[in-house]
Design a protein around this ligand. Structure first.
Ligand code: NAP
Length: 497
């Protein structure tokens, strides 16, 4: 793990075996057309592997297999205590292969190895283990009927669920979708992002090894615009769970309406406010202001991209954050000392550069960064970047950049801070920093987001729900509330003579 050196990781990477075939009916298989697509290492632009490029015919086959597994009851009718054992065993197997899976995720996504070993893999393990352990403690209801009646309110699996996930947290979002959907007895078809299919494919094989019956889980790599769309429009898929952009989320709602009204739950984008009052612990707030926006290269839905700072400390605080940003200069993901890796691909790097230009043209002041770096590596690296003098109407304050770009906005009082925070189409996450308990609570309550931190950023674990208000989505990942997205409530009313 972290005692491994960069050289150790590089030599492990040189010998790693990569599975690029789709996972269908308990086996790895080529796509029906035989087509493949290369997946690339964002750290150097080199090809990692050829991966099955599945199409609509693979989707139809996977749905038939998943439906038949569901109807057979091999998993859907299994006692929750037995499903628990499989999921817990699966979590153990992932843990047993943690270095290999962390390395795959680093190579495929460009995430620093310190993050994949310290955050992504442990979080996926915890999610799967926790959901497994929870599922045989969930009771159904008997409602308060008159004595001559009995009403049962039961939670039943939806049936066949499609899960579509993004490239920025492939393993984490895969676990957030698969753990509760499988725990509740569904059959599932997962479509990873085209850029990052490797960790999902690897853990699918481990699910089989853990005892997940064939046909219950399929992993189909392929393009969102054809394969993903086909799944979302499919008449025989009962539920769709999605993490990705708001633009695609809106399309998926339409596809549901155009097809069979499949239950559709969306975890979408964000432009999260991080509000700092003058009376807070400024050293800690500055450290976390940098973590909030530069962690994962800013390619994080909950990134604290709008730093909303009390005017009286604004100048000083920006200097503090700019100094912290030096610790986030990008580097080789396989170096355990690297805090920030590359952007996912050339197109995302260009998007970031375009937004830096837009910020300059809008009149914001560039205080740090602003450039691509490490070009000679062939990777897609960008400096941590800070803009001051940002007005909340500017595009760099309203639009999700998905890169290491911070927009700083000043405020005079709590009311103005809340108004700026809420002036967004998004409502995913945020934080407030103040040592006055009244200010902190009032501001936290007034900001319309799904997750709010007080004197922390990115706080939380599997025990709490995660999801958005407004155009950041609906539904919830994590916690017992995630089970709601994958189940229908059924009432059975019994009358006695
Ligand atoms: P994206 O472009 O929306 O893609 C997400 C997934 O949807 C990918 O698997 C993609 O496939 C697929 N897709 C694309 N078009 C589709 C269509 N018409 N029908 C069905 N599926 C389609 O998002 P991204 O760029 O990968 O990820 C970044 C976005 O995810 C950001 O907006 C970020 O905020 C959001 N996100 C949200 C959360 C959260 O929990 N709220 C967490 C992480 C990320 P391809 O890869 O083949 O295009």
């Amino acid at each position: 793990m972290l005692d491994k050196t960069k050289k150790d990781w590089q030599s492990q990477a040189a010998g790693i075996e990569i599975e690029g075939r789709a996972f269908i009916d308990g086996q790895y298989r080529d796509s029906l057309s035989g087509e493949t697509r290369a997946t690339v290492n964002p750290a150097n632009g080199a090809k990692l592997a050829d991966v099955a490029n599945c199409g609509t015919e693979d989707a139809d086959q996977a749905v038939t297999i998943a439906r038949s597994a569901f109807e057979s009851g091999v998993w859907s009718a299994m006692a929750p205590v037995d499903r628990k054992m499989v999921l817990v065993r699966w979590a153990e197997l992932i843990e047993d292969h943690e270095d290999e899976i962390a390395l795959l995720e680093s190579l495929d996504v460009g995430k620093p190895i310190a993050d994949t070993t310290g955050i992504d893999v442990p979080s996926a393990v915890r999610t799967i283990r926790w959901s497994g352990e929870a599922i045989d403690k969930v009771y159904d209801e008997i409602s308060p009927t008159p004595v001559d009646s009995l009403a049962l309110v039961q939670r039943l699996p939806l049936g066949v669920v499609a899960a579509i996930v993004p490239w920025n947290f492939p393993l984490t979002t895969t676990a957030w979708k698969l753990a509760p959907s499988l725990a509740t007895g569904n059959s599932v078809i997962l479509k990873p992002a085209s850029n990052t299919p490797l960790s999902a494919l690897r853990i699918a094989g481990l699910a089989s090894e853990a005892g997940l019956p064939d046909g219950v889980l399929q992993v189909l790599p392929g393009p969102g615009g054809s394969l993903g769309r086909h799944l979302a429009l499919h008449e025989d898929i009962d539920g769709l769970t999605f993490t990705g952009s708001t633009a695609v989320g809106k399309q998926l709602m339409q596809y549901s309406g155009e097809s069979n009204l499949k239950r559709t739950f969306l975890e979408l984008g964000g432009k999260s406010p991080n509000i700092v009052f003058a009376d807070s612990n400024l050293e800690k707030a500055a450290t976390f202001a940098a973590i909030a926006v530069f962690y994962n290269g800013g390619q994080t839905c909950t990134a604290g991209t709008r730093l909303i700072v009390e005017e009286s400390i604004r100048e000083k605080f920006i200097e503090m954050v700019a100094e912290k940003s030096q610790g986030w200069m990008p580097g080789d993901p396989l170096d355990p000392a690297t805090a920030m890796g590359p952007m996912i691909d050339a197109s995302q790097l260009k998007t970031v550069a375009d937004y830096v230009d837009i910020g300059r043209k809008e009149g914001a002041s560039l205080m740090a960064g602003g450039h691509q770096v490490l070009e000679d590596t062939g990777g897609y690296y960008h400096e941590p970047t800070i803009f001051d003098d940002v007005n909340n109407n500017m595009r760099i304050a309203q639009e999700e950049i998905f890169g290491p770009v911070l927009s700083v906005i000043g405020f005079k009082d709590a009311e103005e801070a809340v108004a700026i925070a809420n002036d967004s189409i998004y409502g995913l996450a945020g934080a407030v920093w103040s040592n006055d308990i009244n200010t902190a609570h009032k501001v936290a309550a007034a900001v319309r987001v799904g997750t709010m931190g007080i004197n922390n950023y990115f706080g939380g674990d599997i025990t709490v729900p995660f999801g958005g208000f407004k155009q950041s989505g609906n539904g919830r990942d994590k916690s017992m509330h995630a089970f709601d997205d994958y189940t229908e409530l059924k009432t059975t009313w019994i009358e006695f003579d």
